[in-house]
Design a protein around this ligand. Structure first.
Ligand code: N7H
Length: 470
């Protein structure tokens, strides 16, 4: 059943290579009439963006940048628009599909990640979750069956496209879906483009897929990853799925609110106590400087020439002089610290949301607006991908393993960026301080990222969507 060649006209474009977008609308819907939905879907297939479409869009943008560099064109945001469609387990059930082999997916994110459940590993506090993700009153009209992800070069184009999508499914007498809610994200303005709200360059390192991406050039770069880690039933997929699910992928959506001035305030107070500047400390917690330069390659001072460099593997893995064991990027993709890192790769497609920090928030060092990251990722198995990274790696103190000789108990500590506290355990991280020679110290962390809700989805292939609409 494993396919060696991926059909780029069959895979939805955000799975790979990613739909280029500056503005994104996620339109969460509930199916109100299954038969009409099938008919409407048939009529909307031309709107769904494939990998091939996304390749073309990216090619046009690349060519435009070349022409701008040559002085042949004025810089502008080229028109690029795409629509992808994903379903929850409950949504697939509406379409008669019950046979995906994926336990966590069936339960949904709320049941999977809620804290304090017997036998559960999740650390989400449902009091932090927004009602629209919880549906505590079990209102059938608020059940999320699916999501349209709409990407465009600006807000106007994204809303226009949303209107067109709605037009195919919602009409005066013939609706097949109703809106549950809509969430929007957009890239940050001007020179902040590409940076998330803490100020770090994001989306630098992604798994490079065998058969789709070029071979990484650096000797320490992560090697090509089997495409089946991201795409179902492709080569190297860990769990065989039914034929109809071939070339689909599981999609995780999570709304993560960020507390930016609080994080900065903590850095400013904590860094000098350990002979570090705030930027040095934040770089150590993330594993990259704000520019994107890996601390592994530039431990004391940023070197912007290395800003998109991915040619490192955290060796020597015996000490954390260059990069803390518990730095965010080391926790979530451990490289040489781990024997088989491929298996747990995810394809991230996140987008920032919310307004820029105001002077008032900066002055009072207090967040008053809702801003953060719409964390999104694809994988062929949620248990191996997002869930393992979040629960077993980011949240757990003892990952990467066997570092206690250096850090002491309970190990490297939590991921300061997306790790979740687990009272009464300490929420702390081990790092090297700024002395020469450096000392390993343990810093008590606060939580600057709060999950506000999310859901698990499946993003079917084009053939599967056509099958639903037959
Ligand atoms: Fe992370 N950040 O801005 O600090 N992330 N992340 N992430 N993250 C990465 O290499 C960030 C989150 C991964 O291959 C970078 O692209 C923030 C979750 C993975 O070397 C930065 C939040 C999960 C990688 C950030 C957040 C992950 C990665 C470096 C939440 C999974 C690739 C840029 C608000 C459960 C690692 C880059 C690799 C990189 C940040 C969340 C996973 C700067 C702010 C929830 C796999």
């Amino acid at each position: 059943m494993e396919a060696n060649v991926i059909d780029k006209n069959n895979v939805q474009g955000d799975i790979w290579p990613g739909i280029p977008k500056s503005h994104q609308i996620l339109f969460f819907f509930n199916i109100t009439n299954k038969d009409k939905f099938r008919a409407h879907l048939k009529n909307a297939m031309d709107m769904i963006t494939t990998s091939e479409d996304a390749i073309q869009m990216r090619g046009r943008i690349r060519q435009h940048k070349i022409e701008v560099a040559k002085g042949n064109q004025e810089p502008s945001l080229l028109s690029a628009q795409g629509v992808n469609l994903s379903f929850t387990s409950k949504g697939l059930a509406q379409l008669g599909k019950h046979d995906l082999r994926a336990g966590q997916f069936d339960a949904g994110m709320k049941d999977d990640l809620r804290g304090g459940v017997a036998g559960g590993e999740g650390r989400d506090n449902l009091d932090d979750w927004e009602e629209r993700f919880k549906n505590e009153k079990n209102d059938p009209s608020k059940v999320i069956h699916g999501v349209f992800s709409i990407g465009a070069q600006n807000s106007f184009a994204a809303h226009y496209l949303l209107g067109k999508v709605k037009g195919r499914f919602i009409g005066f007498l013939s609706s097949s879906i109703r809106e549950v809610f809509t969430i929007e994200g957009w890239v940050r303005p001007g020179s902040l483009r590409g940076k998330e709200h803490f100020g770090f360059e994001d989306e630098i390192s992604q798994p490079q897929l065998d058969g789709l991406d070029p071979e990484p050039e650096g000797d320490k770069e992560p090697k090509l990853v089997p495409p089946g880690i991201i795409i179902n039933n492709a080569k190297g997929a860990p769990t065989p799925q039914p034929d109809w699910a071939t070339e689909g992928s599981f999609f995780v959506f999570r709304k993560l609110q960020q507390y930016v001035p609080e994080f900065q305030n903590w850095l400013d107070h904590t860094a000098p106590q350990h002979y570090l500047t705030s930027d040095q400390l934040s770089a150590r917690l993330v594993g990259r400087w704000k520019s994107g330069t890996p601390v592994c390659l530039a431990p004391l001072k940023d070197n912007p020439e290395l800003k998109r460099n991915n040619n490192f593997d955290f060796t020597p893995v015996e000490n954390q002089h260059a990069c803390p064991f518990a730095a965010h990027i080391r926790k979530v993709r451990p490289r040489a610290d781990f024997s088989n890192p491929d298996r747990n790769c995810i394809m991230r497609r996140s987008m920032t949301y919310g307004p820029e920090l105001t002077d008032h928030e900066r002055k009072t060092e207090t967040t008053t607006a809702d801003r953060g990251l719409l964390f999104m990722c694809f994988q062929s198995n949620i248990a191996n991908g997002f869930r393992l990274i979040q629960e077993k790696w980011s949240n757990q103190d003892n990952f990467p393993r066997r570092k206690e000789k250096v850090t002491g108990e309970p190990g490297p500590g939590a991921d300061a960026i997306c790790g979740q506290p687990n009272p009464p355990d300490n929420f702390a991280v081990s790092i090297c301080d700024g002395q020469d020679p450096p000392h390993d110290v343990r810093l008590k962390l606060e939580s600057w990222v709060t999950p506000r809700g999310g859901e698990y989805f499946f993003t079917p292939s084009i053939k599967a969507l056509k099958g639903f609409s037959a």
